[in-house]
Design a protein around this ligand. Structure first.
Ligand code: MG
Length: 169
């Protein structure tokens, strides 16, 4: 049995770096504003994992009204979503991400982003794809006001809650 989940997130840019994206620090003159560290990629992947389980969304699990999540490392959110999947006897089969931004150019950072997402989900890097596109100067993202990320995830059953079918790292 497999289930699919979709995640989307966007955050505004604010002055000053570094940019933290997919858990990777990228040298840039702007960062993403948000209650947590603003990592739109990890937020989109977290929502995709939760979506595949029909287990609500990141805002429900980690409300921004809760001071615990102020400036939080978004690794906490994605790890929690993976842990919930594990408890349900599921694991992420693969994850595909598209990032929409004009700047910075993300291709030099793709491998590190794939590696970090894989590490946080406890899966092989080959199961994680990260792609980046610009908005061709159209709309808010095209004007460089912010960045958006989309993620799709497939969850497969491991048959044992917390089980290890040999595909985990
Ligand atoms: Mg967010």
């Amino acid at each position: 049995m497999a289930r699919i989940g979709l995640g989307y997130d966007s955050h505004r840019f604010a002055a000053g770096g570094p940019l933290v994206l997919a858990g990777v620090r990228i040298d840039h003159d702007r960062h993403l504003a948000g209650h947590s560290d603003g990592d739109a990629v990890l937020h989109a992947v977290t929502d995709a994992v939760l979506g595949a389980m029909a287990a609500g969304d990141i805002g429900e699990l980690f409300p921004d009204s809760d001071p615990r999540w102020r400036g939080a490392d978004s690794a906490v959110f994605i790890r929690r979503a993976a842990e919930l999947a594990d408890q349900r006897g599921c694991r992420v089969g693969n994850c595909d991400v598209t990032i929409l931004t004009e700047l910075p150019m993300l291709s030099p950072h793709r491998q590190r982003m794939r590696g970090r997402i894989a590490e946080l989900l406890g899966i092989a890097i080959e199961a994680v794809s990260v792609k980046a596109k610009t908005a061709e100067s159209m709309g808010a993202i095209g004007r460089g006001e912010g960045l958006a990320a989309m993620a799709i995830v497939m969850l497969t059953r491991t048959d044992q809650p917390g089980g290890d079918d040999g595909n985990r790292q």
